[in-house]
Design a protein around this ligand. Structure first.
Ligand code: OMP
Length: 236
């Protein structure tokens, strides 16, 4: 299946950035059949949330395990081999060549797809310079996406504004996954490179990652459904 064939409803990934398993399971129940894809990141994973990967898979949901691995190659490869068994669909690593190469080796033969995080969406050029880089965000994102592609990584995490350019580099078999999504009127928080769901899809994003605007909404299900409607409209 090419990325263009993903159903509109399956393009929204809701980040379960919640404090514990009970809160996460309550949110999954509230969202019901409106959401098919969930992300488990630091907050939930380090609070005993990893068993939720299998539970969600048993319910027919897909799981993006957002652990943003980065370590020496041997450690990354062995870590990914352990993660393979959990039943997730996506796993993030930071887009450093050794890390990406080891992660791709570690998931060989499994159903897990590695996503390379290029430059976090909370960073702008000033933040990058403060971290010691001389490149602009757009330049580093492009360089890292090209390295990820050459190393056989299955997907790229980037900001929506970078999607158009990256698509030319990675083609249509590689997933472009974009956080930094803000429905019109929702709080920006610490994100710096943002777009609305409709504009991100129109720019060519395959998947949208949304946490706070959904899980902190008065009506998370209605918010998720409104995002689906925006996605469907942008896809035409
Ligand atoms: O890898 C990620 O998912 C990620 C990468 C990135 O560059 N920016 C980013 O915000 N994320 C994650 O995407 C989610 C965005 O959350 P909200 O800003 O609440 O929608 C969080 O769980 C972040 O950890």
């Amino acid at each position: 299946m090419t990325q263009a064939e993903i159903a509109p409803k399956d393009r929204l990934i809701v980040g379960l950035d919640l404090p514990n398993l009970d809160a996460a399971e309550a949110m999954v129940d509230r969202l019901g059949d409106s959401v098919t894809f969930y992300k488990i990141g630091y907050r939930l994973a380090y609070a005993g949330g990893l068993p939720l990967v299998g539970k969600l898979a048993d319910k027919g949901k897909k799981v993006f395990l957002d652990l943003k691995l980065h370590d020496i190659g041997n450690t990354v490869m062995q870590g990914v081999q352990s993660i393979n068994k959990l039943g997730a669909t996506f796993l993030t690593v930071h887009a450093y060549p050794q890390t990406m190469k080891a992660a791709v080796e570690g998931c060989a033969g499994s159903g897990l797809k590695i996503l390379a995080v290029t430059v976090l969406t909370s960073y702008n050029d000033d933040d990058l310079h403060a971290a010691g880089y001389r490149l602009h965000v757009s330049e580093l994102v492009e360089a890292r996406a090209a390295q990820a592609q050459a190393l056989g990584v299955g997907g790229i995490v980037c900001a929506p504004e970078e999607v158009g350019n990256l698509r030319k580099i990675v083609g249509h078999q590689t997933s472009l996954v974009t956080p930094g999504i803000r429905p019109a009127g929702s709080a920006v928080g610490d994100q710096k490179r943002i777009m609305t769901p409709g504009r991100a899809i129109a720019a060519g994003a395959d998947y949208l990652v949304v946490a706070r605007p959904v899980i902190e909404a008065a009506d998370p299900r209605a918010t998720a459904e409104a995002i689906h409607a925006e996605i469907a409209q942008a896809l035409g």
